[in-house]
Design a protein around this ligand. Structure first.
Ligand SMILES: Nc1ncnc2c1ncn2[C@@H]1O[C@H](COP(=O)(O)OP(=O)(O)OP(=O)(O)O)[C@@H](O)[C@H]1O
Length: 246
């Protein structure tokens, strides 16, 4: 598993915001293929880590993306639109769909000029959105809005999707639906997933990185971590159901 090529590497990444030293030297790698779960307690620095990759917060240190041809692109210091153009898609925690536009319009807006994929392909993956293509996105349920946010990422040829807490605040049935969708997405593109719901992590994550107080304190196999109840409790402050489901 661990000989998969490195897709994203953060080395000694620091972020300071409003006088606070939020990321204090994050080192982590995301390997090509699979789902890497970015885990940690509330306020540990997960969202800030994702935002540093996208250039949404100022950072120091090195952030590099290695493309399929093995070419290394330095992301640090680039503007967000340049990072996106290099094939990094982002579904933020608050979803940010355009509530006054229809589902179809939200998808059309997300297509880059060089877009490789047509919305029809996305509708195949998300039949529920096809049925609701004319519905205003603001009237969709939280889970459906999350699907729009994820579906948008599939319109373009991305190398890496950064998905921040897609199941946050969703009812259990919707958590399962969004997890299904993500699992399908992950068959096509590498995902870095910020997720607090460990049943979702257990279901799809291949790798895991745990962040604590602005540093990556553990990385390795997600199934191994999920199977180790003591370590999960120590790192995340929560109990898991241990190895039985891992
Ligand atoms: N713009 C900002 N100014 C000051 N502090 C900030 C800012 N943004 C985030 N922080 C702080 O940085 C720390 C890390 O925040 P971050 O959102 O990255 O954590 P997280 O691990 O994603 O947390 P959660 O799981 O609760 O979403 C928190 O203590 C937060 O309050």
């Amino acid at each position: 598993m661990n000989d998969r090529p490195v897709l994203l590497r953060l080395s000694d990444v620091h972020v300071r915001l409003s006088g606070s030293h939020i990321l204090q030297g994050v080192d982590l790698t995301v390997r090509r293929g699979g789902v890497t779960a970015l885990l940690g307690r509330n306020g540990a620095g997960k969202t800030t880590t994702v935002k540093s990759v996208l250039g949404l917060v100022p950072s120091t240190g090195t952030i590099e993306l290695t493309d399929a041809g093995g070419r290394v692109h330095r992301l640090s210091g680039r503007r967000t639109h340049e990072v996106v153009r290099l094939g990094v898609g982002y579904a933020p925690e608050d979803r940010e769909v355009f509530g006054g536009l229809t589902v179809a319009e939200n998808l059309t807006l997300a297509e880059r000029r060089d877009s490789a994929h047509h919305p029809d392909r996305v509708y195949e993956l998300f039949p529920e959105l096809a049925q609701r293509s004319r519905q205003l996105a603001g009237t969709l349920s939280g889970g459906q809005q999350q699907m729009v946010a994820i579906a948008r990422l599939l319109l373009n040829d991305n190398q890496l999707l950064l998905v921040d807490e897609p199941t946050k605040g969703l009812a259990p049935l919707l958590v399962a639906e969004v997890a299904d969708v993500l699992a399908r997405v992950a068959e096509e593109v590498t995902v870095l997933l910020v997720e607090q719901n460990l049943s979702v992590v257990r279901r799809m994550a291949t790798d895991a990185v745990v962040v604590d107080q602005g540093r990556a304190v553990w990385s390795g196999s997600a199934p191994e971590l999920m199977a180790d109840a003591d370590r999960t409790r120590e790192l995340l402050g929560v109990a898991t159901s241990g190895g039985t489901h891992a």
